[in-house]
Design a binder for this molecule. Structure first.
Ligand code: FE2
Length: 235
């Protein structure tokens, strides 16, 4: 089989209008520079910093992004739930409680090739107990992300060896532990959620690229993308 290098452009958490506007202005520059075959972005904060309304997801997809991933805020907006249920390329974490709208993984064609890629979106459980689903009524524990990964991996690996994971979590240790768990099974594991980029990017002996957190696409003069004044109070 002919070998081909696949380039994936991954864009960390896009935060509200400032994040979207910056991405829009620089999107073509990024495409020209890196010539990606497939583009993924985390969209859980695209709607006013919390949530993913359809209109905002479509703005991102309209730029040419192939798949949107999410996290703890994905379903914050109740108006977005039917969109998540219908959309095939807007993911929320796979290990959300059973019965929640949407999907957590998918297999997608890489345009211009005869290849496909599996994308898995997971959420960590350490310091991630707050999930605001269906107006705070629907609160159940998150499922195990490791077990959820095994479930998706069994399905995807029968169809393609190319697997990308967005592990959305607060605790660095949980993300590193997952890296060791899934090393050799995925091409790439990126961490998201903290909005602060880490400097521990690596490729494992088994060939899995990993970074604990890719950081955000949002306002720099802020507290992780939000107005800083809101975080400067003494309690
Ligand atoms: Fe998050």
């Amino acid at each position: 089989m002919e070998e081909k290098n696949i380039k994936i452009l991954y864009i960390g958490d896009v935060i509200g209008e400032p994040g979207f506007n910056f991405l829009k202005e620089n999107f073509q520059i990024l495409k020209d520079k890196y010539q990606p075959d497939f583009i993924i972005a985390n969209a859980e904060n695209i709607t006013d910093g919390q949530g993913t309304l359809e209109r905002d997801a479509q703005k991102l997809l309209g730029l040419g992004i192939d798949v949107l991933t999410g996290g703890n805020h994905s379903l914050d907006k109740i108006q977005s739930h039917k969109f998540f249920q219908a959309s095939e390329n807007t993911l929320r974490p796979l290990n959300y409680p059973k019965g929640v709208y949407g999907r957590g993984f998918g297999i997608y064609e890489i345009k211009g090739t005869n290849l496909s890629i599996g994308i898995i979106n997971l959420i960590g459980r350490v310091y991630m107990k707050i999930i605001n689903l269906i107006g705070r009524v629907y609160m159940k524990p998150l499922e195990c992300p490791f077990r959820a990964f095994d479930y998706a991996y069994d399905i995807i690996s029968k169809k393609t060896p190319l697997i990308f994971v967005d592990f959305h979590a607060e605790a660095t240790a949980e993300k590193v532990a997952f890296y060791h768990y899934a090393s050799g099974k995925c091409g790439v594991i990126v961490g998201t959620h903290t909005h602060i980029q880490t400097a521990d990017e690596r490729i494992s002996e088994k060939g899995t690229a990993y970074i604990t957190d890719v950081g955000m696409t949002g306002a720099y003069d802020s507290v992780i993308g939000a107005k800083k004044e809101g975080s400067l109070t003494i309690q």
